[in-house]
Design a protein around this ligand. Sequence first.
Ligand code: ADP
Ligand code: ZN
Length: 579
Amino acid sequence: MGNPQIRKTEHVKYSDIKRYIRENRVSSVKITNSTIEAIDKSGRVRYVAGNIPAFDDKLIPLLEDKNITYEGRIGEGIISQLISMLLPIFIFFAIWLFIAKKMSKGMGGILGAGKSDKLINSERPNVKFDDVQGVQEAKDEVVEIVDFLKYPERYIELGAKIPKGLLLVGPPGTGKTLLAKAVAGEAEVPFFSVSGSGFIEMFVGVGASRVRDLFEQAKRNAPSIIFIDEIDAIGKSRVSGGQMGGNDEREQTLNQLLAEMDGFGSDTPVIVLAATNRPETLDAALLRAGRFDRQVLVDKPDYAGRLAILKVHAKDVKLDESVDLEVVAKQTAGLAGADLANIINESALLAGRANKKSIEQSDLLEAIERAFVGLEKKNRKVSDIEKKIVAYHESGHALMAELTEGATKVTKVSIIPRGLGALGYTLHLPDDEDRFLKQKHELLAEVDVLLAGRAAEEIFLGEISTGAGNDLDRATAIIKDMISVYGMSDVAGLMVLSRTQSSFLGGGMVSNDYSEKLAEEIDIYIKQTLNERYEFVKETLSNYRGAIEKMAQVLLDVEVIEGSLVKEIIKEYREENGI
Ligand code: ADP
Ligand code: ZN
C-alpha cells in the first residue's frame, strides 16, 4: 500500500507500536502475515515491527478503543506460517509416496511389505496326477503326501512323522510346478506359491517378511501346500555364493525360511515343496532333517513318457485323424514336458495361420523343427548317428556289466541326453549296499565295464569316438590306484607309492618319491594292463554280437532299457547259441 507522503520507515518493537497507539500517535494500523505497521498521525512516518506475538487479544480492543482504522487479521499470519512450515514436509512425503508406489509395482511394496499377497500366489489348482505324465517315479514319491493332506488326523493321532519339505529336482520344464499343483489338486487343498528369485530384493528385510507371510497364510489355511520355485535363488550355499551386496538380504530370507520350517511340527498339515534344477548349489542347512530332507528327481521323459505327455496336451487342441503322435514322440528325444506342450501349441498356431480346420502331421513336424531351433545348443537335437554311437556304446557297458563277475549290475540304460555332457548313461546299482571294501577282481571288473563302451564302438561301428574319454580316464585311474595305493601289482609289489603334493610350489606340481625307472615301469604296466583288458573285452563282446545288436535296437526305439530286459536278452542269446 503505497502512501506517497511517507518519508520514513522506522523499525521498532511490537511493544513500541502498542505504546504509540496508547499515546494516540497512530492513525492507522495494518497487520500482515508477520508484521504490524502503524502510520504516524502526521502520515509521514511508518513504524514497522516484525516478530509479532502469535496472540494478543488486547490489540484489537485497544485499536477499537482508540478508533484507529486497521486491516488484516491476526489469524492469517499463523495459518500461512503453518503452511509454509508444513509445505516442505508435505512435498517430501508426496515424493516418497510416489517412489514407493513405483517400486512396489516391481517388488510388492517397500512399506515393510506388510501384505505381500500379490507375490504370494494363492490358488486351488484343479490339476490331477493324470495331467502329469512321464515322471512316474516322482509321482510315486508324492502320493503319500496327498493322503496326509486329505486325512491329517489319522497320521497326527498315530504320531507319524510326515516329511515337511520335499525338494523336486530336475531340469527346467519337466513338470515340477505341475506336479506340486497336482498334489494340491488331488488333495483338494490350497496352494501357496512364490518364486525364489522374487525374494531377492533391493530392500533388506522384505524377503524375510514375505517368507513369514507365506507360512502364516499357509498355516491359517491348513491343510495346504507351499511351493517355492527356484529355491536356489535364496538357498544358495552361503559359502559359495559370496556375491557382493544383496547377500544380507538373501541370508536373512534363508534364515527366515529355515526358522519357519523348524517352527511348525508334524501336527501341522502344511507341506513345503520346493523346486530347483541346481541342487548342488543349495546350502546344506536346507537339506537337513526336518527341512528338505527328501529329494525327488523329476527328469526328462523317455519315449513312452513323451508320448503320454503329448496325449495330455493333445486333448486341448483339434488334431487331424492322420496325426501320428508316436512319430512326434520319436523325434523329440531330449525335450522336456514344457517343450512338448509348446510344440502342440505351436502346431495349432501354424494350422490356424494356414486356415486349416485341424492340426496336421506336417504342422507338428514344423513345430518340432522350430522348437529345436529355438532351443539351439542347450537342448540340441541328437543326430541319428550320435544316437547310434551312444546306443552301441551303452549296450557294450551294459553287456559287460552283466557278464562280468564282480561288476555292479545294470539297473537301467538310457540314451536320452540328460544334464550336461553325458549323452547317455548306464545306471549301475551295487547288489548289496554299504560296501567299503573291494576285491581285486571287482576292480578289474570295473575296468572291463568301463572299456566296453569304446570296444563296442570299435566292433559294431568300425570307428571310435570321443564318447569314451571319461571312461578311459576312470579305467586308468583304477589301475593306477591298484598299483600305487592298494599294492595289487607285481611292479611295485606291496610298496605304496604315495604321491606328495609340494604345496609351496603351487598346486599341480607332483613329486614322486620313487625312482624314474619305477615310474617308467609303472607307465608300461598301466598301458599293458589296459591293452590286455581291452582285448579281453572286445573278445567277449564279439561273442555276444546278436545280444548287443538287439539291445542297441531297443535303445534306438525307446531310448531306455531296464536291467531286467538286458538280462532277458542275454539269456535268450545264450540259449540260442548254446553258450
Ligand atoms: P518346471 O516347474 O519343472 O520348470 P512346469 O511344471 O512349469 O515345469 O512345466 C510347464 C508346463 O509344461 C506345464 O504347465 C505343462 O503344461 C507342461 N509340462 C511340463 N512337464 C509336464 C509333464 N511331465 N506332463 C505334462 N505336462 C507337462
Ligand atoms: Zn561310456
